[in-house]
Design a protein around this ligand. Structure first.
Ligand SMILES: [Zn+2]
Length: 363
């Protein structure tokens, strides 16, 4: 991993964020790059002076690595050095450029490379203009240009945890004219709980998200710290004429261990607490009755520690968390944690499960 600055989906430069190094075989680089790009980036070549396509580019925007897309320089640091190569007095972020001493061709120079893919960019000299006094001398072939108004196109997955805080979603009222209801439950990792409820007949939608804390910390990176008051939760949108809230609770209590305080197995922290976020007095009453019923029946050896909390704003999680089990069926965590829960519910509550649900993760 490398700590770099990247663009988020609103076209803002954010960081430093951890991004995986781009390590590709030489044959793949040959496929990905044009011969001229390959010569510069992977063979430390230099293009002829005054020939590069970006030398005279005066547009506002950002220059990024041809090899991996990492943003490197901005137009507001570009100047005419007279050398015949695109020149800048500073990078968008020092983190994004690696410097190496280069003693080739009988000279001592400082080579500059892309910090993420190790592609050769050019050299940096100490004879540049103010304010830095540096001259980053680039090969056009190492750079692609994106104009200012299109920077959101450079959105990098590594930026996702740092995007602006999510706005709470309004609750929908009906689907195709039929009233719908919602339930917000937390029972450990939301990848698993989402997969469990998505297979139920009458469930219209299940979203993974955060609730219990405030908007500023409603993102995966901060919730992981365990001190945001958020729980990893799911919001189930369902048709109450096909499945009832108390039936959802039956599934909920069978799919996780409600006697574990602030944990589910190896997942430890208050974000993994067992909780029912009730939207109204009726949901609260139903939840209390269900816990009393399970306790009276001796369903668990140890006491149920599920908390009942009034529902506040629900913040939908980052897009890559939605339908995680469905989209990542081969992931070991899904194989060993989510699939057994999905299967257990399919057996125990067969009557409530959609027949031939194509979306379930394959066991
Ligand atoms: Zn790169």
């Amino acid at each position: 991993m490398v700590a770099v600055y990247v663009f988020n989906n609103q076209g803002q430069l954010v960081g430093p964020v951890e991004s995986p190094r781009v390590e590709v075989s030489d044959a793949d680089w040959r496929n990905r790059l044009t011969p001229d790009q390959y010569h510069v980036l992977r063979r430390k070549g230099t293009e002829p002076a005054f020939c590069g396509t970006l030398l005279d580019n005066k547009l506002h925007g950002v220059y990024h690595c041809t090899g991996c897309g990492l943003p490197l320089f901005a137009s507001n640091a570009k100047f005419n050095s007279g050398t015949g190569w695109p020149s800048f007095f500073q990078p968008v972020a020092a983190e994004n450029i690696a410097e190496h001493a280069d003693r080739s061709h009988g000279m001592t120079r400082v080579e500059i490379l892309c910090a993420r893919c190790d592609g050769h960019l050019g050299h940096v000299f100490e004879d540049g203009p103010r304010p830095t006094g540096r001259r980053y001398c680039l090969n056009s072939e190492a750079l692609n240009f994106t104009p200012q108004e299109s920077l959101a196109r450079l959105a990098d997955p590594a930026a996702e945890p740092l995007v602006a805080p999510a706005a709470p979603d309004p609750a929908p009222g009906s689907i195709a004219g039929r009233p719908i209801a919602q339930a917000v439950l937390a029972g450990g990792c939301f990848w698993c709980t989402e997969a469990v409820f998505e297979q139920l007949a009458g469930v219209v939608d299940v979203e993974s998200g955060y609730t219990g804390g405030d908007s500023a910390t409603a993102n995966y990176r901060q919730v992981c710290n365990g001190d945001t008051r958020h729980a990893e939760a799911i919001r189930i949108t369902y048709d109450p004429q096909r499945i009832r809230f108390d039936q959802l609770l039956d599934v909920f209590f069978d799919a996780h261990d409600p006697t574990q305080l602030n944990r589910q197995g190896a997942d430890v922290g208050t974000q993994y607490r067992s909780a029912i976020f009730f939207a109204d007095a009726a949901q609260k009453q139903t939840a209390e009755a269900k816990i009393a019923e399970l306790t009276a029946a001796g369903a668990h050896v140890r006491p149920i520690v599920t908390t009942l909390e009034p529902l506040g704003p629900f913040y939908r999680a980052e897009e890559y968390h939605q339908n995680y089990a469905r989209n990542n069926p081969g992931q070991p965590y899904i194989q060993f944690q989510a699939v057994p829960k999905v299967c257990k519910i399919r057996e125990k509550h067969a009557a409530w499960v959609m027949p031939g649900d194509a979306g379930r993760p394959a066991p």
